[in-house]
Design a protein around this ligand. Structure first.
Ligand code: CAO
Length: 443
């Protein structure tokens, strides 16, 4: 039978009631010895409390916002290999054991920085008890692992970021603000598509304005989706050299057919979008360069043999892009059904990561709302996106006279590192031709 042991807060230099700002484990997680369990934040510093032994987390006893002192119970951990969890040798400060089986966590440590030896390599005897008055942000910035991961994901050198939280701690918002500043003054992309760390983003700080000086204001925090999609959009806009190619498709006949199809299938909402999905897939087959992604080095193109299309969906909390898979293998009615389901799921906030991954190309349709053209932002690592505006009747010269035709504005944004202008123009013309004569979609 495996033993369950207690991981407790070790000597933290006599500080009491230190808030928990991050819980890094959940029941069922496998933790290695020295792996971070929780992050505490005193008024001077943040510190990670490492696991005193390896094992499987059975129960987590702390949550964000709790205030803890030495000896507080962090979690119950079942020892590895079905055996008792082997406690780490005691930290130098006097251990306080409140329960018979309690094994104290080693002294909390500042996080190992790249290039620094991991804390686990330090002999426990040499590890001093935590002292918030000594451990101040100096050589390495303070940030939780999640914030560090976020910075890494955006290619931001965390050393360049100024923390705005207590004790100079860097929070997610600081990273977002840093990227925004970077965008405002123009980021310098470097080989491999990565943004040059720090020096490449030599930007003016974001304007700090007391708007209340000019009139009444109200503060409204961004939603979680807005923050995530904002960070992605910011990266994509900064790192991808965008060009947008515009084209009009004559959808007069398509519209007549769509209406007929709608009357025959009243249970379904058949919008022009399903035809656009089919037309895009036909174009992806014709121009495989569009059904591709740059790898993370920026030196290799991965050509995809599947046809999954992302659809930008506007929800009250912000923009999400669920992916409809194997569009090439599905008929218009299937696509209409699936589009209805997935956009409902998006608006009900029920999309999971699997619903939003694996896309080859995205479509952003604002056609139900209006507009004549716009510049959609490429959804990296895809290399192009089709923006669709509102179709309208226009006089079109047919060689003899002007005839009223229903014209659909298309705006194709593409990554100019991968796609040349001429190829983009061909792709856009091809999509328009497919929509202009839907018999071609059968080919
Ligand atoms: N031109 C004219 N009318 C259009 C049209 C177009 N290009 N596209 C759709 N329409 C019509 C539809 O036929 C429908 O008409 P009826 O109500 O008479 O049937 C109406 O506009 C509304 O369509 P819809 O928006 O509900 O459905 P859709 O399939 O066109 O789009 C979806 C579905 C989920 C993509 C859409 O609802 C949506 O969220 N669009 C926003 C995308 C977005 O925010 N992009 C952001 C880009 S950058 O931030």
């Amino acid at each position: 039978m495996a033993d369950i042991q207690e991981a407790r807060v070790p000597d933290i230099g006599g500080h009491d009631n230190v808030p928990v700002i991050e819980v890094m484990i959940k029941p069922g997680d496998r933790v290695e010895k020295e792996q971070g369990l929780v992050t505490l934040e005193s008024d001077k510093a943040t510190m990670e409390v490492p696991a005193p032994f390896a094992g499987t987390v059975k129960e987590v006893k702390l949550k964000v916002g709790d205030e803890v002192s030495e000896g507080a119970l962090i979690a119950l951990i079942e020892g590895a290999d079905g055996g008792a969890a082997a406690p780490a040798p005691a930290a130098p400060a006097p251990a306080r054991t409140e329960a018979p089986m309690a094994a104290e966590a080693p002294a909390p440590s500042r996080r190992a920085e790249p290039g620094h030896a991991p804390e686990g390599d330090v002999p426990p005897q040499a590890r001093p008890p935590f002292d918030a008055n000594i451990v101040m942000p100096g050589d390495a910035p303070y940030a939780s692992p999640a914030v560090r991961a976020f910075a890494r994901e955006l290619g931001v050198d965390i050393h360049q970021v100024k923390g705005s939280a207590r004790g100079g701690r860097i929070v997610r918002e600081d990273i977002s603000a840093y990227v925004k500043h970077a965008l405002a003054s123009g980021a310098r992309p470097v080989s491999g598509g990565a943004v040059a760390a720090g020096g490449g983003l030599n930007l003016l700080p974001w304007p700090k304005v007391d708007f209340a000086k000019f009139g009444p204001v109200e503060e409204k925090p961004l939603s979680r989706i807005q923050k995530i999609s904002g960070a992605n959009l910011a990266r994509n806009w900064a790192m991808i050299p965008h060009v947008t190619q515009h084209e009009d498709a004559d959808i007069t006949e398509l519209e007549a057919f769509r209406k007929k199809l709608g009357e025959e299938n009243k249970e379904l909402k058949i919008t022009p979008l399903v035809f656009q999905m089919k037309a895009v897939v036909a174009a992806l087959k014709e121009y495989p360069q569009f059904n591709a992604s740059l790898d993370e080095t920026g030196e290799k193109l991965i050509l995809k043999k599947y046809f999954h299309v992302g659809i930008a969906v506007d929800t009250p909390d912000g923009l999400v892009v669920p992916v409809i898979r194997d569009v090439d293998k599905k008929g218009l009615l299937d696509l209409a059904r699936e589009l209805g389901e997935i956009s409902k799921k998006a608006r009900d906030k029920k999309l999971g990561p699997a619903d939003m991954s694996g896309g080859c190309f995205s479509i952003s349709s604002l056609g139900g709302i209006g507009g004549t053209a716009f510049t959609p932002i490429v959804n990296a690592p895809e290399v192009a996106i089709l923006g669709v505006s509102k179709a309208s009747m226009k006089p079109v010269w047919n060689g003899k006279e002007f005839a009223p035709r229903l014209m659909l504005p298309l705006s194709l944004s593409y990554d100019h590192r991968v796609i040349d202008g001429a190829l983009a123009a061909r792709f856009a013309v091809f999509v328009a031709r497919q929509l202009g004569d839907i018999r071609r979609l059968l080919l």
